[in-house]
Each structure stands twice: as C-alpha cells, then as structure tokens.
Design a protein around this ligand. Structure first.
Ligand code: NA7
Length: 293
C-alpha cells in the first residue's frame, strides 16, 4: 500500500521501518528533519507526504501535534482525497479524535484511531498491540499494515473508542507501577533485598506484566526512556480530563498525577516513567538496586 508516515519519534521510526520491510511504499515526514527510515522516501511537509497516499499514518506526541499535522499550514487536510484513510497511533484526546474524524469525513475520508501498547521494544520487533476505534471497512483495509507493525489488534468500537480504551489501559499501567514502586521502596527501607522481593512477586498472584517489564530495569537503575515520563504524564492528564468530562472521579490517579508533576519538577521528564521511583526514594532516603548495579 502507499503509506505516508508522519512522526518519526521513538515509536514512529521503528513502525515506519517495519512497513518498509513488509514491502509497502512509504513516504515519511518528521517535524525535525534528519531521522532516517531506510528504504522510505522523504517529504518536506505533511501535505507532500500525504499527496496520493492510500493511508496516512500518524505517530506524534499529543492532541496539538495531531491537529497541527492534519489541519495546520502544510497539513494533510489540503490533499485529502475520497477513500483515503487516516490512522492515528498517537495517544490523544478521544473527544478531539471524534471532532477531527468528523472534519475529514466531510471529504470522504475515514479516521481510525489506533493507539498501541508494547513500547519501544514492541515497535522495533513488530509486536505491538493496537487498540483500535473506527468503522469496520477501513479497519479491515488497514489489516496488512497492522500485521506489519504488530501482533494483535483489538477493535473496541467506532472512532474514538481506541483512544478511550488506551487511556483506561495507561491508567492501569501508571497505577500498577506506582503500587510496585511504593512497595519496593518500603521493602528496601525495611531492609529487604529488592531482588528477592522481585523473585517472590514473580511466584505469586502479585505478578504483573508491568512489573515483569520494569523490575529488571529498576534493579539495574536504568531509566533510559522506553516510555518517557513526559508522555505517561500527558496520558494521565488526558485521562483525568476525559474522566472529568464524563463526571467520573479517579482519586488514585489524581494522586499519581501529582507524583508525575513533582518528578517533572525534579528534571526527570525525559527519563522513563519508572523514574517516578526516584521521588519515593528521595522521600524515604533510600535507593533500590540489585546486586549487579
Ligand atoms: P517521541 O519519541 O517523543 O516522538 C514524538 C514525535 O512527535 C516526534 O516525531 C516529534 O517530532 C513529533 N511532534 C511533536 N510535536 C509535534 C508537532 N507540534 N508537530 C509535528 N510533530 C510533532 O514519542 P513516541 O514516539 O514515544 O510516542 C509517540 C506517540 O505514541 C505518543 O502519543 C505516545 O503517547 C504514543 P520532532 O522529532 O520532535 O520534531
């Protein structure tokens, strides 16, 4: 398929690379030039990349970025054509997604929200799980592209439902990690070996994918970003906004949001979100580390 891929950050570059590897004809664009996707053509503007494409796939930071790539100067809107599909893998506001979709629908264009989970490693290995909202026909047409970048897709309903579900998923990741971070900080302060705590967690019902993934990084004190703290913070704020609009109270997440705010003030926004642990450590006057670190 002829695909324009817009946004070559941690996730986008790896995703576009997998599309090229699967034999698709890919043209890429990134706001800051210089990121290379081997085998892809490079365009100077979003509109130039999208010209003549069957599918425009976006993976940019936030709602404002999607709005600007789509509807700003040199945006995709100028070259929308009947039958084109916009697929958006950025995590953005579900309400804004519905508005953007209505705006392109007037031009005969379908919008599929396709945020994903699986982090940097999933993007690199083509094992992402896509959480999708959109009409059945365009989602079906996108299947070869989903297959090139991921291992599973879950269609959660019409446009916007992918984003809504993604927020509900990241809410859990943030809270599960916070629970683990508080437990490992307390245990360490009380003299328990964190490595042994992790082995115990692994053998019990406390085990979770989040802890399986993040535990070893923490024992190594490796906070290089797989999922940057600033993006998780963005998702938490989006979730609280969506909850407020829907008159849903999320007291646990409100507290966790404050921790992300303070970790940002401490200068950790570009580290992995696991670096929120360092705040708990600072308050406790302790550091969690495995023997090897
Ligand atoms: P990164 O690595 O921070 O990449 C963000 C990308 O978004 C990067 O290509 C940015 O371009 C681009 N960006 C940011 N703001 C804009 C604006 N205003 N206009 C155009 N492009 C922009 O994030 P990830 O790849 O980890 O994640 C991307 C999304 O997936 C995000 O929503 C996550 O929550 C999930 P730059 O290179 O800075 O010029």
């Amino acid at each position: 398929m002829r695909v324009a891929f817009l946004g070559l950050g941690i996730m986008g570059q790896a995703m576009a690379t997998n599309l090229v590897k699967a034999g698709h004809e890919v043209t890429v664009w990134n706001r800051t030039p210089g990121t290379v996707v081997e085998g892809a053509a490079v365009a100077q503007t979003p509109a130039a990349a999208a010209q003549g494409a069957e599918v425009v796939w976006m993976c940019v930071s936030d709602t404002n970025a999607v709005e600007s790539v789509m509807f700003g100067g040199d945006g995709v809107e100028a070259v929308l054509g009947e039958g084109m599909i916009i697929a958006d893998s950025s995590t953005i506001s579900p309400a804004a997604t519905v508005k953007f979709a209505e705006r392109v629908a007037a031009r005969g264009v379908a919008w599929v929200d396709a945020p994903m989970t699986g982090s940097k490693i999933g993007a690199r290995d083509g094992t992402l799980v896509f959480i999708v909202g959109g009409a059945e026909a365009p989602v079906e047409r996108l299947k070869p592209l989903f297959a090139a970048m991921g291992k599973k897709i879950f269609r959660m309903g019409e446009t916007g439902k992918g984003q809504a579900t993604k927020l509900a998923m990241n809410l859990q990741i943030a809270m599960i990690f916070e629970g683990f971070a508080e437990a490992v900080t307390l245990a360490t302060k009380l003299g328990v070996d964190p490595q042994q705590l992790l082995s115990l967690i692994d053998a019990t019902m406390v085990r979770s994918g989040v802890v399986d993934y993040k535990g070893p990084f923490i024992l190594q004190r490796d906070f290089t970003p797989n999922f940057p703290l600033r993006l998780m913070h963005k998702d938490i704020k989006l979730t609280l906004e969506a909850a407020k609009e829907a008159r849903v109270k999320l007291p646990g997440l409100e507290t966790v949001e404050e921790i992300y705010e303070m970790a940002t003030e401490d200068g950790h926004k570009d580290l992995d979100y696991a670096a929120t642990l360092t705040l708990l450590e600072k308050w406790a006057g302790v550091q969690v580390r495995g023997k090897a670190a």
